[in-house]
Design a protein around this ligand. Sequence first.
Ligand code: GLC
Ligand code: GLC
Length: 698
Amino acid sequence: MRYFVPLGTTLEVWQLTLTNQRAQAVDLSIFSLVEFCLWDAMDDATNFQRNYSIGEVEVADGIIYHKSEYRERRNHFAYLACSQPPAGFDTDRETFLGAYRGLDSPLAVERGSLSNSIAHGWQPIGAMHIRMHLEAGEQQTIIFLLGYHENPEEAKFDPPETQLVNKRTVLPIIQKYLQVESVQAAFNRLQEYWCSLLGRFQVNTPDIHTNRMVNIWNVYQLMATFNFSRSASYFESGIGRGMGFRDSNQDLLGFMHLLPERTRERILDLAATQLPSGGAYHQYQPLTRRGNNEVGSGFNDDPLWLVLSVCAYIAETGDWSILDQPVAYDNLPGSEESLYGHLQRSLQYTLDRLGPHGLPLIGRADWNDCLNLNCFSGSPGQSFQTTTNKDGKVAESVFIAGLFIRSALDMAKLVEKREGEPAAEYYLQAAKQLEKAVWEAGWDGAWFRRAYDDFGDPVGSTECLEGQIYIEPQGMCVMAGLGVMDGRARVALDSVADRLATPHGILLHQPGYTRYYLNLGEISSYPPGYKENGSVFCHTNPWIMIAEAMLGNGARAHDYYLRINPSNREEMSEVHRCEPYVYAQMIAGREAPTYGEAKNSWLTGTAAWNYVAITQWILGIRPGLDGLHIDPCIPPEWDGFSAERTYQGSRLHITVHNPEHVSWGVVRLEKDGIPVEGNVIRVDAESKEHQVEAWMGK
Ligand code: GLC
Ligand code: GLC
């Protein structure tokens, strides 16, 4: 359990309960081991000439303190403590392991005793040996604490004239959490916290994998992506790349019903890194909240995601006041404008950057970071993210056109409410203008094209040798409503089903690029079937699920949902090879030798979008500016389902009946037994509990 306590302390607690079920007493040895790092993950792994000489520890009263660099500019240290007095300890790695040995066979464990070694340099560890005697039937609980603690600058040492760590500030915390009762109370608080978060939306459907992910694991992953974005992570390298503007706005789409206040704060933080042009830094650093210059800007889709997250936030919370909140540009004091003004600039940014076909210029890249149409990188190791050789006046993105239309239609609703219909007309017209450009230059006959490259040639077209069809514009353009009325959306989605859908999910594009294309960039740097070169890039799959749901095809939407659902993939774990409860960024595609193998779990936009697809579009419980829509699009064999949801302070108990086994269409809706016109449930601040009942039918 990880537990955060105020006072600049972080604790990780392991609680171990052992029961002796034998008829006679036993003596046990328990060894615990932590590896200390020197506070800077990157420096730790590279700067050996310095780091191997600075490691320092103290051991006092059975507690190990790791205090490298504490003697100079740091005021923090780590510690390992145990509720039982240790029989021995080690802090010197080699003493513990033995020469030429690894963590798989430490000499000290083999021997059964530690040496009380004190590390001087190298890579300090914290190892403890606990001896335990258990009578027949006896049970004992033992607690280990791994902690981080900060001391006030002026009280670092105790006694002050020494170099010894001042432990007075941390000892009360250690003593408290070495008590079983305190640990249990902390566990209980944590459990209550999660129960209340998870309780905000619970469903009961005929499908166990849907229930498992929606009720628990997908939500847990949403919290991880909210907290870490793609930044510092507790898996893989531990070194990330800041909070992405695009990524964090999308992460919010699934998260906002859990913690609306933190969502509001995050939206304002993100908006404050927007540039006066309406563009955005691609990332910002979570601690300084400043834009990250090294990664730069000019990813032309970035600002539009802010429009989506703000509209979704208002639909979830009804908090229109956020639009009036003054927010700076590039964090510059004095540059504040209302968030509403930020959104206007976001959309204007696209309109000010249209290319030869009237489609949005792509800039450095759009959602697909690796489709680098202005980069032309020929130097090994050069960053595709920061190199731009072209001024970028030719390459255009059909995907951004779809995203723009979708955002402009949402924005029009905000504007209409604030300024009236005539003002909203500006965005409706802009959406029409871009839609026209898509039909003229972005439609390939049976699907939407992806882009135009710097030579003005189409990407994602039958005219191309490789990369003929891409998933992103099919999802986003249909989500923007394109072709929904005239059948072309259906044609595009059938092309997806024919050419991109596989049993392991829907591929990013086909065929994958078999060689490196200077004019396409990083996408073709990956071997076919991996990452952006034609893997199942899971983030995009829910866009197709949503699009299918918008067209009423519940069977297909839910089938696609199950193909990448980690719980559903558990049965083929030997192929999937990834946690069966958490979404991964990608699943290797059809052209990859490891077809079906998932990679890079946890920190991916897949979490938010799948949650949106299943809860809002397939189960169809969808917040809108006018209330909560009840509009399920489910597999026809389902008899129905039920859900509990907290919405704008009210608690809704929702039951959906599907007696005629249709896939889509609510024919009757009741709130507290009273028929409701249409399929929107409105709540008011006063009444807190409601029964909602919906009947689907022909
Ligand atoms: C990674 C990035 C995300 C990008 C995606 C596709 O997931 O974090 O911003 O959209 O790759 O390139
Ligand atoms: C690499 C990855 C891509 C990610 C990008 C972020 O290009 O392939 O998924 O979005 O790095 O910088």
